[in-house]
Design a protein around this ligand. Structure first.
Ligand SMILES: [Zn+2]
Length: 497
């Protein structure tokens, strides 16, 4: 007598994450794994869900998040599971919750992760333990941030590191990699890392070579010198034999619009000799801390939070400046420390980058922001609904691949990102006709519509209009091996084609 499945999802269009079209079939889950795919009409199961008219896909992997501390502070992770996300990659843009030992307030942009009380993880192992203890609704894998390392070892972040400081940062990165970190991230555009010369980053990245870790970078510039910044990233990656992920690839600033083709050509060129890729989010506005360099008057800027002027959250910088009778630069200075949304991209560039085969989807959402960019709640549903279905920018199975199989390969999550026998049962069931993002710039904290059910490690994690699941099943995912061997791999699925 066969042991019943824990879950049997029948009749859905199964899109397996490998960039192939879907097949109508059944999927059986047992003990957290996908155990059967095919006609399971005679099988017994403890719980069943009828999936006719729906798509069953691997749970989405958010390639680029700043969820480091929220997965512990608010482990329900509704913003993410409600759009089908089952795994988040944290530690991006040079900022990570660990290893960090602050002596005061977190420096910009580490303050995107919370105030000083959020940084309670002096080493990577303690962060990993805290995630497992919090047992968030989603799985978590983590990079180590260059700016975080700098904050531990440099008394002044506005200069380059000394040889001794580099040695100390390397030792800390080495230990973090041994404890399961995926690799190193940088945020070289930010003033707190900008003074780091290429050689400083290369010296740290050298630690990646022995373990096969990867290098992810928020480029030194996303404005006019973006190609030079990409060259620097590839140079650093090649020197460490480390795969390179360009974070939130974009053409920022009006003078830069229309250059997506050049950037993608550079990415393709680099991809010939080295494993490289990028992540991107499906919006033509960016968001981060308020940066005076980006206050140019060329495009609209909305303030999302301000420590000295909290009531200005949600208002346009231009309106605040005119109310105060001062320039936007001066108003921005008075509002700092603050967060902002910059409407500084061209939609055609966004679409070209999103559609490119080397790009994967990452929300870059900011969960600590009181008035966040809508990407936090909407990015994945927006790619599936707005860009794939409504604009036909790419087929649905390609949209799914960019948030599942491709991303799993990049980060070496070898048993996730596909619907195949033996894979972890991270799954999302959605209605392809209804799926869409509801979150807007005016009303950003609204769950996506069209998601029917989400499973994490074989357990139900989300159903719409129901209270958060009573138990959570995410776990910390340590680096599983040499990412150079998985980065460009395209494993097959087990669909009965
Ligand atoms: Zn960034």
């Amino acid at each position: 007598m066969a042991v019943p499945f824990d879950w049997l999802i029948s009749g859905a269009l199964v899109i397996d994450g490998t960039d192939r079209p879907g097949v109508h079939t059944d999927v059986g889950v047992r003990a957290g794994r996908i155990e059967a795919i095919g006609d399971l009409s005679g099988a017994s199961a403890t719980r069943r869900l009828e999936g006719t008219g729906r798509v069953l896909a691997p749970g989405f992997i958010d390639a680029h998040t700043h969820d480091d501390t929220v997965v512990i502070r608010a482990p329900d992770m509704i913003a993410k599971v409600s759009q089908g996300v089952t795994t988040v990659i944290v530690g991006n843009c040079g900022i990570s919750a660990s290893p960090v030992r602050l002596t005061g307030a977190p420096p910009d942009p580490m303050n995107l992760l919370g105030d000083a009380s959020a940084f309670a993880y002096p080493d990577f192992a303690s962060y990993r333990r805290a995630v497992d203890q919090a047992r968030p609704a989603v799985n978590v894998a983590a990079l180590v941030g260059h700016t975080a390392l700098r904050s531990n070892h440099l008394s002044d972040l506005y200069r380059s590191a000394s040889a001794e400081e580099i040695t100390a940062m390397r030792a800390e990165l080495r230990q973090s990699l041994a404890d399961g970190a995926l690799g190193l991230s940088t945020g070289l555009a930010y003033a707190t890392a900008f003074a780091a010369e290429t050689d400083e980053v290369k010296a740290l990245a050298a630690e990646l070579e022995a373990v096969g870790g990867l290098y992810a970078t928020h480029l030194r510039s996303e404005f006019e010198p973006v190609l030079e910044a990409m060259d620097e990233a590839f140079d650093i990656g090649r020197s460490a034999r480390a795969p390179v992920i360009i974070s939130h690839l974009k053409c920022a600033g009006a003078g830069n619009w229309g250059r997506a083709g050049q950037l993608l050509a550079a990415l393709e060129q680099a991809a010939h000799g080295h494993p490289v890729g990028c992540d991107c989010y499906p919006y033509s506005a960016s968001s981060s801390t308020l940066d005076l360099k980006q206050v140019t008057g060329e495009y609209r800027i909305t303030i999302t939070w301000s420590t000295p002027h909290p009531h200005m959250g949600g208002r346009d910088l231009a309106d605040i400046a005119s109310e105060w009778g001062i320039s936007q630069q001066e108003a921005a200075r008075r509002l700092q420390p603050a967060g902002a949304i910059y409407y500084g991209m061209d939609e055609n560039d966004v679409q070209r980058i999103l559609a490119h085969p080397l790009s994967m989807v990452g929300s870059d959402g900011l969960p600590e922001d009181p008035h966040p960019h809508p990407r936090l709640w909407g990015a994945f549903a927006r790619v599936l609904g707005h860009y794939s279905r409504d604009l036909a920018l790419f087929p649905l199975h390609t949209a799914v691949h960019k948030m599942t199989g491709l991303t799993a390969a990049r980060f070496g999550l070898v048993d996730r990102g596909r619907i195949a026998l033996g894979q972890a049962a991270d799954l999302v069931l959605f209605d392809p006709r209804r799926i869409h993002d509801v979150a807007t710039f005016l009303d950003p904290c609204r769950p996506a519509e069209g998601i029917d059910a989400v499973w994490v490690n074989g357990a139900l994690a989300y159903r719409p209009a129901q209270p958060p699941a009573s138990s959570r099943h995410g776990r910390f995912l340590p680096r599983a091996g040499d990412l150079r061997t998985t980065f460009n791999s395209q494993p097959n699925g087990d669909l009965p084609l």
